[in-house]
Design a protein around this ligand. Sequence first.
Ligand SMILES: Cc1ncc(COP(=O)(O)O)c(C=O)c1O
Length: 353
Amino acid sequence: MTFQDARAQFPVLERLAYLQAGSVGPLARGTLDAMVAEEERGLREGRGSLARFERVIAEREELRGELAALVGVDASQVSITASTTDGCNIVLAGLGLGPGDEVVTTTDEHFGLLGPLHVSGAKVVVVEPDPELIVAAVTPRTRLLALSHVLWTTGQLLPVHELKETTALPILVDGAQSVGTIPVDATGLDFYTVSGQKWLCGPEGTGALVVAEPEALAVGRPSYLSQQRHEPDGAFEPKPGAARFDPNLTPHALVAGLRAALRAQPEWRFERAAAAAERCRELLRDAGADVVVPEERATLVSWRVPVEESAAVVARLAEAGVIVRDLPGRGLVRASVGWWTSDEDLERLVAGL
Ligand SMILES: Cc1ncc(COP(=O)(O)O)c(C=O)c1O
């Protein structure tokens, strides 16, 4: 697939310099077509026949395998969720933490992780996203490290495998800003979340959770179709593997859409996204922007502006057809640079500034 062919899949790119995959990725024509085709089929054939149910289950399992392959794990270790937030909630509900326990996280986490941590009952210990400080915050009471692979604020990459090795603690990795834009190997990590709607350009309401040892995590939020058997009093026997954590039966149009989105990804995506992000940083720096350049970084590009101006900068860029976001209260504006981003998009960003 050439760059032009790959880019042409996304109609939005004909009009806008769309730099917002960190929130919601651009939608490919083929992804929408797959979703519409599935809904049309339901319209014509009905949605409750045994034949449809069997097809839905079979295709869902194929998706599970495809998501597993994305991050280098076995399909039995993947739960199909609706979001990263869903995945974080499943893990925290299953760990059964309490007031005597501590969880170490960073100052730069998203509410999608922080919210579930906060209601877990454990003491949440927050430190700067510096590997040495994270390790230094560990005490005999620490039960979990919970942090992002790529920080949504600055694009900084955290050495999650190294942190796991150094501390030997269970680790929950928020993969919302990593999967689809940098190579990810989730092996060796206890829990790893995936958002489908961001860098994978899938439908909204899709995601996954990797659980390295599914049988070792309690089912804290049981759902009907994820159990092998259940009794009249509600007692249940979970399905084998991480399918036991599936929080719902994903609307099948979304399954079809996410599978189409995965097929639309070119092989060269990671190299191209990394190069485009470096180019973005260079152009912004040359234009005088105060760009944040973490030593280890992915493809989110942030630059500093006065706190009270960040929303205005985003609005001004939107008027120029450039879609980015501000990070409220942090004085940062963020461009999400993907494998589909062209030099023209980046030049438009700089001109719009
Ligand atoms: C680091 C991070 N974690 C979690 C989320 C929430 O993702 P989801 O909507 O898939 O729950 C986001 C989305 O903005 C994010 O950037």
